[in-house]
Design a binder for this molecule. Structure first.
Ligand SMILES: *Cc1c(COP(=O)(O)O)cnc(C)c1O
Length: 376
């Protein structure tokens, strides 16, 4: 018999989502926009502690609009971490600007402040810096914000993976001039697909709503003086989001428990290091990951193969952007002065473990047992 599939991170619904969606149907707010969109924006903004939010079709759309609002255009340079998902930097290219990739540091696996500082020596005036909180672990925000401030560059926070993570008591996504969240199917809460752009700057969020609804000028007829986008979240989707938001804290608690369970289970295997958490943060532990010690006879591929053979979904670490064929021509600032890359090293030695909050105690034992067997 085929063993039950164990997932990396799949949607977890609770029932409240359907109540919001049902209400939208009952009141015929099936058309775009409506009370769920307004409600979701307000409730999410309250949860993270920011003044303004615009609900959008995806996290990628939110990053794209963030760059548009900052005036990123052809010829501009934008700094992005190399160790991230491609959606962080694709929008830089949508605007014909040039991504420059920054290496990771070992403490959090996120953008290295030291490499960032070096990037400014080579490119003194990037239009923006995008920081990512990979797998939910907070980047070194104090250091990164200080560097951005010293160089007069705005910070955009891609908090797609870190909704619910806090750094020194403040939510990730609220540190930059603009912050973005994603509600894609695998994220800590999901709307099936969606995103949110947040800021303290009311004008920017108003402008984002304008651009995301086809940039219609106030006129009776359709009139446009700018190029717009169809990037708004629908009222049905926002209903799912309102329901999910009620369970975000519970999801975070369960994700953290998964991380702790793995950490404890592998504590006696010195070749295994769990992905780092930020001691200045309360991380959401969206995905638990591990790195195998250099020279370890068990490789990340062996762990992935062993899990896949048992119908268990795990995944390699996100392949760094500077190694992607599509970004081949982009510059990459390494942490090592001789070109050694921390991000590449993490990619080579690491993997993401199943982190689905519906996994049972038994599922966790199965996963742990398979991995432990490789070290027996
Ligand atoms: C998921 C993700 C995104 C994109 O979000 P979508 O809602 O899928 O468009 C952006 N950045 C990172 C780091 C992500 O993990």
């Amino acid at each position: 018999m085929e063993r039950k599939r164990i997932y990396l991170s799949s949607p977890t619904m609770h029932g409240k989502e359907q109540e919001f969606v049902k209400e939208a149907f009952d009141t015929n707010w099936v058309a775009p926009l409506g009370p769920n969109v307004d409600g979701f924006e307000k409730e999410l903004a309250e949860y993270v502690g920011i003044s303004h939010a615009a609900a959008l079709a995806s996290g990628t759309a939110a990053i794209h609009l963030a760059l548009k609002l900052l005036g990123v255009k052809e010829g501009d340079v934008v700094f992005s971490p190399t160790l991230t998902f491609s959606a962080t930097c694709n929008p830089i290219v949508y605007e014909k600007a040039t991504p420059v990739f920054i290496d990771s540091e070992t403490d959090t696996w996120n953008m290295s402040p030291e490499a960032l500082e070096r990037a400014f020596e080579k490119y003194p005036a990037p239009k923006a810096v995008i920081v990512v909180h990979l797998y939910g672990t907070c980047a070194k925000l104090d250091e990164i914000m200080d560097i951005c401030k010293a160089h007069g560059t705005v910070l955009v926070e891609d908090a797609a993976e870190s909704l619910g993570s806090t750094y020194k008591g403040k939510h990730t996504g609220t540190f930059g001039k603009l912050g973005i969240y994603s509600f894609n199917g695998n994220k800590i809460i999901t709307t099936s697909g969606g995103g949110m752009l947040v800021s303290e700057d009311e004008e920017m969020i108003k402008k984002a709503r304008f651009l995301s609804t086809q940039a219609r000028d106030p006129a009776r007829h359709y009139q446009h003086s700018q190029i717009g986008y169809n990037y708004r979240m629908s009222n049905i989707t926002a209903g799912i989001g309102r329901g999910q938001l009620l369970s975000l804290e519970e999801h975070k608690r369960l994700k953290k428990a998964i991380y702790e369970k793995y950490k404890e289970a592998f504590a006696d295997i010195p070749e295994i290091q769990m992905n780092p958490l930020n001691p200045d943060g309360d991380d959401n532990c969206w995905l638990s990951g591990m790195a195998l010690e250099k020279g370890c006879k068990v490789t990340a591929d062996m762990v992935l193969d062993a899990l896949e053979a048992e119908n268990i979904e795990a995944r390699p670490i996100w392949k760094p952007m500077h190694l992607q064929p599509v970004f081949e021509s982009c510059d990459f600032i390494t942490l090592g002065k001789n070109g050694e890359s921390v991000a590449e090293d993490i990619f080579n030695r690491g993997l993401c473990l199943p982190s689905d909050i519906k996994n049972t105690e038994e599922d966790m034992e199965r996963i742990i047992g398979i991995i432990r067997d490789l070290f027996a």
